[in-house]
Ligand binder design. Structure first.
Ligand code: IMP
Ligand code: MG
Length: 188
């Protein structure tokens, strides 16, 4: 698939993402026979949550939260959209696109623990350990990557490319020169 204006290397094709997500669903269902609350962190997890929810065969509630970064270098995080579900006493699986510094996932796990979740496991498509600032325990990991920037399947560069059906490694410097309108959204 050629995307006008997007030069990059395909990291995972759609069928590879499907089988990865199917395995997540099987593992999550086996580990949580009583059911789970699947919590997506917006917006990067939207594709993962939509596909993963359909691969989970135990009772599954779906909810979302959103965070925003602030402060020097965006190193502080606050909740910008809260959950609707009461997670007290429930098994939660947090779905994320990528764990980078680990700040986001650490914040969310602390929040869930404070609210009395019985467990708070993390399911991530990508794990970029070289950039970790906080240690985090990840239960379901799709692929470990190095210091590369990835777009597609929910992951964006300045709000573009979330709609790509595959994951692509790109050079953000090169993307900055893509003219408006010559992006993935203009394909449809
Ligand atoms: P963390 O708090 O540093 O672990 O940040 C994770 C968030 O940063 C992810 O949920 C993504 O939304 C965003 N992010 C980090 N790396 C990438 C990337 O390579 N592509 C797109 N978004 C990314
Ligand atoms: Mg982003």
């Amino acid at each position: 698939m050629t995307i006008p204006g997007l030069a990059g290397r395909t990291l995972l094709e759609p069928d590879e993402l499907s089988s990865m997500v199917r395995k997540f669903g099987e593992a999550i269902s086996a580990d949580h026979p009583d059911g789970v609350v699947l919590v997506g962190i917006l917006k990067g997890s939207v594709c993962l949550v939509a596909d993963l929810a359909r691969e989970i065969s135990v009772p599954c509630a779906v909810d979302f939260l959103a965070l925003s970064a602030y402060g020097a270098g965006g190193r502080r995080i606050r909740l910008s959209k809260d959950l609707e579900a009461d997670v007290a006493g429930r098994a939660v699986v947090v779905a994320v696109d990528i764990v980078d510094s680990g700040l986001t996932v650490s914040y969310v796990r602390r929040l869930l623990t404070e609210r009395g979740a019985r467990s708070a496991d993390v399911c991530t498509l990508l794990d970029r350990r070289p950039r970790r600032l906080l240690p985090v325990d990840l239960r379901y990991i799709g692929l470990e990557i190095g210091d590369e920037y990835v777009v597609g399947y929910g992951l964006d560069f300045e709000e573009r490319y979330r709609n790509l059906p595959m994951l692509v490694v790109v050079e953000p410097e090169a993307l900055g020169q893509v003219p408006e309108g010559n992006d993935a959204a203009s394909r449809v």
